[in-house]
Design a protein around this ligand. Structure first.
Ligand SMILES: Cc1cc2nc3c(=O)[nH]c(=O)nc-3n(C[C@H](O)[C@H](O)[C@H](O)COP(=O)(O)OP(=O)(O)OC[C@H]3O[C@@H](n4cnc5c(N)ncnc54)[C@H](O)[C@@H]3O)c2cc1C
Length: 596
């Protein structure tokens, strides 16, 4: 098991040199969040992640959660680390000041969250969804509920859940059956069973606040008849502390492939008292605030586990000796380090290019959350909101798929030792695999990107994203030193815009075209976005090298990785273009009964 080391140099490079975070914060009126401040928060978070959270990861996986007499017992060390997390104020970092939070913009949740999720993904899930629930309640809950619940949730002394899924209702929320009936006291009685509820029951906090989707009597069928309710595990007493139990119980905890330390629960609501959030039958709209926030957070999970896998691969490839390198090995040794073999280098560079590129894309999306909420110019707010809308399914799906590729490659770098539990690298793949499934499967996210965001906006959101990449190409056209990057990026952008048009035309004739194209379209868009990120890295690194920096090697590594991305990974985009032009026919030709 390799110790976790927070990649602070990488994170600083991304935030300061690529994304100019301090300027971004000044633009939204937060001049106090300068580079020095950002770095000091990151250093503290790194200390906490490495020293307090990471040591809980192995027991979390090996021992996992236990379920005894309806109670969930979290793995050894989780409770202590959580209490220290709350005490140190990390839970409240981005919480609204009005409710006791530190009021840092949402984008801080990206880099700081990455450190905690890398240290222990399961542990971070107990607080992760609470942040999304806070955002939803802040936007949609009536004032008296905000005053009662938000201070505790912001502080982290109570956690939140999202209760959507039922056994017959997964992707299709229109099928959900949980019922809510008015009780004549201004509240509702909730009855039904939810499954797969993350942190639905645990021993870390005194209360759990469930956000539950349910149907009122006579509600219209389908998604237009769903309302959202706040249902606490314990009803707050007159002092606002956990009082009487509220008809909420945990029926089971699932055994899973990974994230063993995260409690995935069946939650039964039996005449539980609930409070309406937002309007009747408009619950999905409110829940989308929570889901969209959580989707970026899930993308971050893919990145964070991929980073851990990369760290382990690099350490192993620098100590493991097997065979002789093709260009002659190191004299006086029985065999060469595997980092000298070209195929191992291919794997390491694939990991590195996907991790570092995904970090830029994920943090960039995080900055759009701030801009959409706080930029003084309403036009900038609108643009950032639109950009966030198109980037959310890309970050959620492309980065989590990359997470699976990187963590699987990490096992391969370790050979048979990667498949054995002792090295700890197989855990990263098992843990990250779920990120492609929950918060909307990656296939359904791809449908959201192509169907709702691109075609649904009449191409407007695609033009916004394309315009951003196109502006970069224009500003950097004609620079000889960028000739390996900018023309290729501009060419791919053109091909992407044209294929978007062709898919739109086919979809107008046959709606099946959207579903058949969606995943290839998302992957193509993801590779395009990462090419934009790596071209930026190349431009920044070339400029930095001209200044003769002390850490030359860092920028040379960036340039070498950019070259690898453009020459060895970006050709995958061409395969997606070809697949898109093949259309729906090859996918739909086989009758369901003839699949075998
Ligand atoms: C560990 C874990 C934690 C979870 N945490 C939570 C939680 O906290 N709260 C919560 O409410 N839920 C949670 N879930 C549930 C999760 O969000 C669902 O599993 C997920 O949304 C998919 O639903 P499903 O499993 O029913 O699959 P299904 O919806 O049955 O999908 C099966 C397959 O069909 C595809 N598919 C379905 N519909 C379509 C369509 N219209 N078009 C194309 N393809 C389609 C899917 O992409 C998938 O490949 C969790 C699940 C797990 C495993």
């Amino acid at each position: 098991m390799y110790p976790y080391r927070a990649p602070l140099r990488e994170i600083r490079f991304t935030l300061h040199e690529i994304l100019h975070a301090a300027h971004h914060y000044a633009d939204i009126g937060r001049e106090d969040l300068n580079a020095e401040f950002i770095d000091s928060v990151l250093e503290e978070a790194a200390r906490f992640a490495e020293g307090v959270v990471a040591p809980t990861n192995e027991a979390g996986d090996r021992i996992g959660v236990r379920f005894e007499d309806g109670q969930v017992i979290t793995p050894p060390g989780f409770k202590d680390a959580y209490e220290r997390f709350v005490e140190a104020g990390w839970a409240a970092l981005c919480g609204p000041e009005e409710f006791g939070g530190q009021g840092l913009p949402e984008s801080f949740g990206g880099p700081v969250g990455e450190l905690f999720v890398s240290a222990n993904m399961s542990w971070k899930m107990y607080s992760g969804l609470t942040d999304s629930a806070v955002l939803c309640l802040e936007r949609h809950a009536p004032e008296h509920l905000k005053q009662l619940y938000l201070p505790k949730m912001v502080a982290g002394t109570w956690t939140g859940t999202m209760c959507l899924t039922e056994s017959q209702s997964g992707t299709d929320l229109g099928l959900l059956r949980t019922r809510a009936e008015p009780d004549g006291e201004g509240t509702y009685r909730i009855n039904g069973t939810k499954i797969f509820i993350t942190s639905g029951e645990h021993d870390l906090t005194g209360n759990i606040v469930h956000l539950v989707l349910a149907r009122l009597p006579d509600a219209p069928a389908g998604t237009r008849g769903i309302s959202l309710f706040l249902v606490p595990k314990y009803l707050p007493d007159a002092a606002g502390e956990p009082g009487e139990p509220n008809g909420v119980s945990c029926g089971r905890v699932e055994e899973k492939m990974g994230i063993h330390g995260s409690a995935t629960c069946v939650i039964n609501f039996q005449n539980a008292r609930g409070w309406l959030i937002g309007e009747e039958n408009a619950g999905l709209k409110c829940m989308f605030v929570m889901m969209n926030h959580a989707r970026l957070w899930v993308g971050l999970q893919g990145l964070a586990q991929a980073e851990r896998s990369l760290q382990a691969s690099l350490a192993y490839a620098r100590e493991r000796r097997q065979g002789r390198a093709a260009r002659g090995g190191e004299a006086g040794t029985p065999a060469d380090l595997i980092i000298l073999h070209s195929d191992v280098r291919r794997m390491l560079l694939t990991q590195k290019a996907l991790v570092e590129g995904s970090r830029i894309l994920t943090y960039f999306a995080g900055l759009q959350m701030d801009k959409a909420a706080y930029h003084p110019d309403p036009e900038e707010r609108r643009k950032a909101g639109d950009l966030l809308a198109i980037l959310t399914p890309i970050v959620k799906s492309f980065v989590t798929d990359a997470g699976v590729e990187v963590t699987s490659t990490g096992i391969q770098v370790h050979g048979g030792h990667g498949y054995i539990r002792e090295t700890g690298v197989e855990q990263f793949l098992r843990d990250t695999r779920i990120a492609c499934i929950y918060e909307g499967t990656n296939g359904v996210q791809a449908l959201d990107l192509l169907g709702r965001k691109v075609l649904g906006s009449g191409g407007q959101l695609a033009r916004l994203l394309g315009g951003l990449i196109g502006a970069f190409c224009q500003n950097h056209a004609g620079y000889e030193e960028l000739s390996d990057y900018v023309p290729r990026l501009a060419g791919l952008l053109k091909a992407w815009s044209e294929v978007t048009e062709r898919v739109a035309q086919r979809a107008a004739r046959d709606p099946e075209e959207v579903g058949a194209a969606a995943v290839d379209y998302l992957q193509l868009t993801g590779y395009l976005c990462l090419a934009w990120c790596w071209a930026k890295v190349a431009a920044v690194s070339i400029a930095a090298l001209k200044r003769e920096p002390a850490d030359r090697g860092f920028y040379e590594a960036k340039l070498a990785t950019a070259r690898f991305y453009f020459t060895r990974l970006l050709p995958r985009a061409d395969a997606h273009l070809d697949a898109l032009d093949a259309g729906a026919e090859p996918v739909m030709a086989l009758a369901a009964e003839h699949f075998g």
